[in-house]
Design a protein around this ligand. Structure first.
Ligand code: ZN
Length: 121
């Protein structure tokens, strides 16, 4: 099994496993940061295998460049710059920029697209 869309139940299990992996990563970070990093890699593998996004809650908790688990105050610095959240990875120095109003914007776009679709019909 390597291609095509996964059934919904399989995706739900994948999401649950990713949540568990990140929860453990957070729990063990202070004593075993290397384990946390391993959990991130495992979660990313699940995400790829099941073609499912890492849950929003955790998407900003690992470095997109070096894949290390990020713990603000330990190996990451979070700053609000203008309308963006800047997360600085203390491991490799990579800065991730996340628009602060991302959620709102997505909602607005969804509404716009549903209106557009109605007009096209
Ligand atoms: Zn990094």
């Amino acid at each position: 099994m390597s291609r095509g869309k996964r059934p919904k139940w399989m995706i739900e299990i994948a999401i649950e496993r990713m949540n568990i992996l990140f929860e453990r990563a957070e729990m063990e970070f202070e004593r075993h940061p290397e384990r946390s990093n391993r959990y991130v890699v495992l979660a990313k593998k699940l995400s790829t295998k099941y073609n499912t996004r890492i849950p929003d809650k955790w998407a900003r908790r690992y470095c997109k460049r070096c894949n290390k688990f990020l713990y603000p105050g330990h190996n990451a610095t979070v700053r609000l710059v203008n309308e963006e959240v800047n997360i600085l990875c203390g491991e490799c120095g990579h800065v991730m920029k996340i628009p602060y109003h991302k959620e709102k914007k997505n909602k607005r776009r969804a509404r716009y697209e549903s209106i557009k679709k109605r007009n096209d019909e």
